[in-house]
Design a protein around this ligand. Structure first.
Ligand code: ADP
Length: 592
């Protein structure tokens, strides 16, 4: 209840007024008593030290029998000046040696009273005793006198009723003032609340809205005082905060999008090893989902301990490699945000599968080229050496034979180098297709006619079947013929004599196709995916024997790819091989 500023204000005002009134009342009442006491003492002292009264009191009448009566007379005569009224103030005549009550303005009271400290003092010293205790409920003076040689003590006794009545009036007055003050303080606090607390409450409500992210309303600046300035400052602060939050959100959205779509995988861990962030690429590369219960330990603990990465100095990082399924991954492990003490470890994953495969292929290619060139070179060199060493000693027929081998081998080398040059031209993009419209069926027929003799020499049965609707196509005729020739001659080469070779051609809605199938040695399942690779040969000896370089199908594939066509092995049951070529009718960029 007292937590609101308003209630606190009321409470403070009430306490202030109560304490003020209490202090003022206490002082006032004390001052009244003191004044009354002082006045009483002064008056009594001056009365009794006055010559007239003193003489009247101490001089007995002529022939006086009872001094007490004489004293009574004198005192009664002076009652007015002494203030003795029989209600609040009394006089008593006491025995001067024992202090016993003799007479007074009120016998009953006089007899019942104990000896006051002043009376005792006067009895002891014989001197007038004045001054009463402020806390006592009466005040008195005791004046010793002697009348007719008899000692008496005159006591003027005041029961302080007057001052008590005065004090109760003051008390009542103070209570009234207090009630009035309290009412005023409550009213004042309402006024204060209106002018000070209401704007503060409005400011508080505004601050709460801003804290909950609602920047839609601006606070009204109602005054130019400190609260007005505070409200204006608050408004500008809220504006700036909103701008900053928007900027930060924008940045975060950008980063989120980047994070989501980046090709590298990223996984961030807290210092304790829990997963904080991960992107789809990371899950894709690792080949598994990253779940909330996964930790650094379970995902990458085998590469390096978490503490070791956390202890690295930025910008150092640790590299590691791993394979996931058939992917080769390169991982960079680095600590982040070390200064705040909150950071953790970031793992960036690169998929280096293609890179590794390319490196591997390049190495293999160089080894293959060297090997392919070294074999004919070795042959040429050994035959040439033999010829040089045995110049004139060998029969001319053998010499001719040797020279024939040398010529053959150099032809083979030229062949290989030419094929390599063709491939290199394709690789560097220097080989442009010379596009023209030509008859696809005529091209197939030309190839059939060109190889017919060779096929017959091997006892093969070569058949040709071309559909009637095969249209003219756009392409590089010479290159297409090169592809067809390569496929058909492979069928002849890799089919033992007396085989069956069938060439057929037809069309799809957008493409033409040609298939060459044989019943030859076939290609084992494991080698099938690789026969379009450079220098890949199933049986090296057989291929070399028949003049193959292992580059024919890779060149064919390059050419068909350029035409945006397809060259592939067809899965057919039974022995032999079927190769299918598909080309877009309208040439590259029209075949899809
Ligand atoms: P090559 O010059 O050795 O013939 P290619 O690139 O033309 O090279 O062929 C690659 C390999 O594919 C060949 O060495 C051979 O092992 C295999 N091959 C190609 N065509 C056939 C086929 N019709 N039958 C069996 N094997 C084949």
């Amino acid at each position: 209840m007292f937590r609101s500023l308003h209630m606190k204000l009321v409470l403070i005002m009430v306490l202030l007024i109560i304490s003020l009134m209490t202090v003022v009342g206490a002082f006032l009442m004390n001052a009244v008593v003191r004044y009354y006491l002082d006045d009483f003492n002064t008056r009594m002292s001056s009365m009794f030290s006055a010559q007239d009264l003193y003489e009247d009191l101490t001089s007995p009448y002529e022939g006086e029998e009872n001094g007490v009566e004489g004293l009574q007379d004198v005192l009664r005569a002076n009652m007015g000046e002494l203030g003795v009224d029989g209600r609040t103030r009394y006089y008593f005549i006491l025995d001067g040696t024992t202090g016993a009550y003799l007479a007074g303005s009120d016998d009953q009271l006089g007899q019942s009273l104990d000896k006051s400290p002043n009376v005792l003092r006067a009895l002891a010293t014989g001197e007038p005793a004045t001054g009463s205790d402020i806390t006592a409920d009466f005040m008195d003076v005791a004046i010793p006198i002697t009348r007719g040689e008899v000692p008496y003590i005159i006591q003027i006794y005041d029961n302080r009723q007057t001052v008590t009545e005065l004090n109760s009036s003051i008390f009542m007055l103070i209570i009234q003032a207090l009630i009035f003050g309290l009412i005023c303080s409550v009213l004042l606090s309402f006024l204060l609340a209106k002018t000070m607390i209401t704007p503060i409450e409005r400011l508080t409500a505004g601050a709460k809205r801003v804290a909950s992210g609602d920047f839609s309303r601006k606070l009204e600046v109602a005054s130019k005082d400190e609260i007005g300035v505070l409200t204006a400052t608050f408004n500008s602060m809220a504006r700036q905060l909103q701008a900053t939050i928007r900027e930060a959100e924008n940045e975060r959205n950008k980063l989120d999008t980047l994070f989501l779509h980046m090709t590298d995988g990223v996984v961030a861990f807290s210092r304790e090893g829990g997963v904080i962030q991960k992107n789809p690429a990371a899950e894709d590369m690792l080949g598994r989902r990253i779940l909330p219960e996964d930790t650094y330990e379970s995902l990458f603990g085998d590469l390096a301990p978490l503490d070791q990465i956390l202890s690295l100095e930025q910008p150092s990082y640790q590299e590691a490699e791993r394979t996931a399924g058939n992917r080769s991954l390169e991982l960079l492990l680095a600590p982040f945000d070390q200064e705040s003490g909150q950071g953790g470890v970031m793992v960036v994953i690169h998929d280096v599968t293609t890179q590794r495969r390319n490196e591997e292929m390049r190495r293999e290619f160089v080894a293959n080229v060297s090997h392919e060139l070294r074999t004919p070179l070795t042959n040429i060199r050994s035959y040439a050496e033999t010829l040089v060493d045995s110049a004139g000693d060998i029969p001319p027929a053998m010499e001719k034979n040797f020279l024939g081998v040398i010529l053959n081998e150099s032809d083979r080398m030229t062949h290989i180098v030419q094929d390599l040059l063709t491939l290199s031209r394709f690789d560097s993009g220097r080989s442009e297709l010379k596009l023209e419209r030509f008859s696809f069926s005529a091209a197939v027929r030309d190839i059939y006619n060109a190889v017919l003799m060779d096929a017959q020499r091997h006892g093969h049965t070569l058949t040709l079947e071309i559909a009637a609707d095969v249209p003219d196509i756009v392409g590089d005729r010479d290159r297409v013929l090169q592809v067809m020739m390569n496929v058909v001659s492979n069928a002849i080469k890799y089919t033992p004599d007396d085989g069956q070779i069938a060439i057929s051609a037809g069309r799809n809605p957008l493409r033409v196709w040609m298939e060459v199938s044989d019943n030859g040695i076939g290609i084992p399942e494991t080698d099938r995916p690789r026969i379009f690779e450079r220098f890949y040969r199933v049986d090296k000896a057989r291929s070399r024997e028949s003049g193959g370089t292992g580059l024919g199908l890779s060149i064919a594939k390059e050419i068909v790819d350029r035409h945006e066509g397809i060259i592939a092995l067809v899965d057919r049951p039974g022995p032999g091989t079927t190769i299918r070529i598909e080309l877009p009718i309208e040439g590259p960029a029209h075949g899809k």
